[in-house]
Design a protein around this ligand. Structure first.
Ligand SMILES: Cc1cc2nc3c(=O)[nH]c(=O)nc-3n(C[C@H](O)[C@H](O)[C@H](O)COP(=O)(O)OP(=O)(O)OC[C@H]3O[C@@H](n4cnc5c(N)ncnc54)[C@H](O)[C@@H]3O)c2cc1C
Length: 425
């Protein structure tokens, strides 16, 4: 997507950021770090933030973390950065001709440059029966606190969806001593993100942890019966629960852009640095649909901590008319009880990976032309750090080396010229 960014060189105009999440935080931090002296206004529909969401389906549900532990930019830091934050306001409409954002409180705000970092919302299920409204979802701190409270009163939990949120939530519920049934419509767990071999590992671990995982199974209806019990029609059975949680994907909050006539396709269409068709409007984070240099040919959204951080920063640079590259492989992690899973790049599900057993841990590599193209580490977070450096330095590797548990991955780094190793820091 081409934009004439010359007119924003050294601009110190007013930047309005819609959204107060992680990508918004990365934008405002980078704007100031890069010397933007103009005004910055952040509009947040939530009552606090910016904060990180990963702990919500882990420590916050378990009660080992409190909301304060998730803060990314506190009030003091926002004041230091001279960011005017408006909490509890929703941007409802953009007038691109007059560069105005209309808010749900009747006010409007003018911008020179606008960043849309509105993330997404949980996809809601509509089921036959009278209890669709009873289903719990997890996106915000308020959702997490409410869910934790409901979990402390429940005994039997039904989790709908065998993706990251479903699996992490199921783990927390087990750790809190609840009986957990997990229903997944596909034939394997995390089907969109990992190859079958990794789905199998997750399945056996969750089953060993006592989760009743039912694959290729659908819920057909949900009814509230005596005393608040939820009766679910699952496959051919009728089962009863105290709590039903769904983690069945996210819908991008791209309506602001779509209603303003900007192209959207399951997210706001933009380039990797968030440039949209409107040279004054940028998008980043979960709401941005773009073609990643290392990813599939058609635009897609990346729902991850790493993307919010890096694309938010790239977007701020692009907005300032500076060189803004967003390269390197995407990275994602998930924690499910004792299991730490990390994904680098786009693992090709149909290609058989190179497997490295690493003292009870496992690493899967996908190679392309002698370089690491993607990797998945199961319980090997330290190794992932080394793999990221091998990728970054474009170190040539052979399958036989990677399979050999006696050959340390770090030693592969040492095989590159010392100057490069020092430079990789
Ligand atoms: C429970 C959970 C666990 C996760 N765990 C992991 C993990 O382990 N690893 C990982 O890599 N990633 C994880 N993620 C993903 C990661 O948190 C997201 O990719 C990241 O938060 C995206 O940041 P964002 O700023 O684009 O969107 P968000 O964080 O969703 O922020 C968008 C903000 O915009 C606000 N907003 C929306 N519309 C408007 C409007 N019109 N006006 C004003 N404000 C608006 C929203 O209320 C929200 O506060 C997790 C996500 C969730 C929900």
């Amino acid at each position: 997507m081409e934009n004439d960014l010359k007119d924003v060189q050294n601009s110190d105009g007013h930047v309005v950021v819609v959204g107060g999440g992680q990508a918004a935080a990365a934008v405002v931090r980078t704007l100031r770090a890069e010397g933007h002296r103009g005004g910055i206004t952040m509009l947040s529909a939530e009552r606090f933030g910016p904060y990180e969401r990963p702990p919500l389906s882990k420590g916050v549900l378990l009660g080992t973390k409190v909301p304060a532990d998730t803060v990314l930019l506190g009030a003091e830091h926002l004041a230091e950065l001279e960011v005017a934050v408006h909490y509890g306001v929703t941007a409802q409409r953009i007038d691109r001709t007059n560069r105005l954002v209309y808010l749900d409180n009747g006010q409007s705000i003018g911008y020179d440059r606008l960043v849309i970092a509105t993330g997404g919302r949980p996809r809601r299920l509509k089921l036959p029966g009278n209890a669709t409204g009873e289903i719990a979802y997890l996106r915000t701190i308020d959702d997490a606190l409410a869910l934790r409270e409901r979990m402390t009163r429940a005994t039997r939990v039904l989790v709908l969806g065998g993706g990251w949120i479903g699996l992490e939530t199921a783990c927390c519920a087990r750790e809190l001593g609840l009986e957990v049934t997990l229903v997944e419509a596909c034939t394997r767990l995390c089907e969109r993100a990992v190859p079958p071999v990794v789905s199998d590992i997750l399945l056996s671990r969750h089953r060993a942890n006592g989760v009743d995982v039912r694959l290729a199974t659908q819920i057909h209806g949900l009814n509230l019966v005596d005393g608040g019990t939820l009766r679910a029609a699952i496959g051919t059975e009728e089962l009863e629960f105290d709590l039903v949680i769904a983690g069945v994907g996210m819908v991008a909050n791209d309506e602001l852009a779509a209603h303003a006539g900007m192209p959207c396709a399951n997210g706001i269409l933009c380039d990797a640095a968030g440039r949209t068709v409107d040279p004054d409007i940028f998008a980043c984070g979960d709401v941005a649909a773009f073609t990643h240099p290392a990813g599939p040919a058609s635009p897609a959204r990346l729902e991850s901590w790493d993307n919010a951080e890096r694309q938010g920063a790239a977007c701020a640079l692009a907005l300032l008319g500076k060189e803004a590259s967003y390269s390197g492989l995407p990275w994602f992690w998930s924690e499910q009880g004792d299991t730490n899973l990390q994904i680098l790049g786009y693992p090709e599900p149909l290609c058989i990976p190179v497997v490295r057993p690493q003292g009870g841990r496992l690493i899967f590599f996908w190679l392309k032309e002698g370089l690491i193209d993607a990797a998945i580490c199961v319980d090997a977070p330290a190794e992932m750090l080394v793999i990221k450096r091998l990728v970054q330095k474009r170190v040539a590797v052979e399958a036989a080396q990677l399979c050999d548990p006696l050959l340390s991955l770090k030693s592969l780094l040492q095989s590159i010229p010392a100057t490069d190793v020092v430079a990789s820091g």
